[in-house]
Design a protein around this ligand. Structure first.
Ligand SMILES: [Zn+2]
Ligand SMILES: [Zn+2]
Length: 308
């Protein structure tokens, strides 16, 4: 992570905490995890040339690129990430400390490590359940741990995969690289050659919390269930900052944080989107109080926010 990115992220979160001191401790802990993941990402290495086949059919069928790579490729970076993050994660989340050191040891077992990877790389629920029961840990805790450790791997892998020509054509609601659901939608003005008429309200883009990719989506469509029925889609924001809002869907009962960047100069876009949705947790709390469920798999959106 460059100093500039660290600065942008820290500045955004510091601004947020000033306005929402009740979230101070909560945001600080998750920000520490994000910073640690970025540091680890910079240290991980994947071999440069990846030989893999991604057919037109798979692209149309919506198969994410990382799922086409040999599982073996992930094993060493995943273990390296776990070894690097374990102690600090245990310090950040004391109730998980003992479990984390147990999981760390268990990763030395190739078959168990492969089950964890199937759970995070391929979203294999049966592999997650089997891996969790064999260490006598809840699948939710194991998934939190495995996702936290896998994210720096997905981020390190992203530059090798995002140049694939099909990635720019992808319009699905989940990430073309790693398959994760998004944690943020942005509305942006892109005056590129393909757009002869640039919509004044901007294009919709989604951000992946796992690998950090930012990809084009369709406007006015629910990024969870795909409904285009306007009457089902509602925005919730605070009066003082209507550019940052929750996009909630009454067809599937999910919501996603959204930032309207259309009025900002192009040079002033979000330099680091990885911490943007963390600085909108007060809106998560509003959406959850209204009974909506987060689409975002970001761990901070899944914990109980209603006490705040
Ligand atoms: Zn991704
Ligand atoms: Zn929906």
């Amino acid at each position: 992570m460059t100093d500039q990115q660290r600065g942008v992220c820290a500045e955004r979160l510091a601004d947020f905490k000033k306005g929402h001191p009740e979230f101070d401790e909560f945001v600080a802990r998750w920000a520490d995890l994000l910073m640690l993941q970025k540091e680890v990402r910079d240290e991980l290495r994947f071999p440069d040339a990846q030989v893999f086949a991604w057919t037109e059919e798979e692209f149309i069928g919506g198969v994410p690129l990382a799922t086409k790579l040999p599982a073996q490729l992930f094993m060493e970076p995943f273990r390296a990430s776990a070894a690097r993050m374990g102690n600090q994660m245990a310090a950040m989340f004391p109730p998980l400390g003992e479990n984390i050191s147990r999981l760390q040891k268990r990763l030395e077992d190739d078959a168990w490590c492969a089950q964890c990877l199937a759970a995070v790389v391929n979203g294999d629920a049966a592999a997650l359940a089997a891996a969790a029961s064999s260490v006598d840990i809840s699948p939710e805790i194991l998934l939190f741990y495995a996702r936290a450790v896998y994210s720096p791997c997905a981020k390190a892998l992203r530059p090798l995969l995002e140049e694939h020509p099909s990635v720019v054509l992808w319009r699905k609601r989940y990430c073309p690289i790693c398959g994760s659901d998004p944690d943020l939608e942005t509305l942006e003005i892109h005056a590129d050659e393909a757009d002869f008429v640039v919509s004044k309200s901007g294009q919709a883009w989604l951000h992946c919390p796992q690998c950090g990719l930012h990809w084009r989506f369709s406007r006015a469509v629910c990024p969870s269930c795909g409904t285009q029925e306007n009457s089902k889609l509602t925005r919730y924001s605070l009066a003082e900052n209507p550019q940052e809002f929750i996009y909630a869907c009454d067809a599937c009962n999910h919501y996603l944080p959204c930032i309207d960047l259309a009025d900002r100069p192009a040079t002033d876009s979000l330099a680091d989107m990885d911490c943007a949705s963390l600085s909108m947790v007060h809106l998560d709390a509003v959406a959850q109080a209204k009974g909506y469920e987060p689409l975002s798999p970001a761990a901070w959106a899944l914990v109980q926010l209603l006490d705040h």
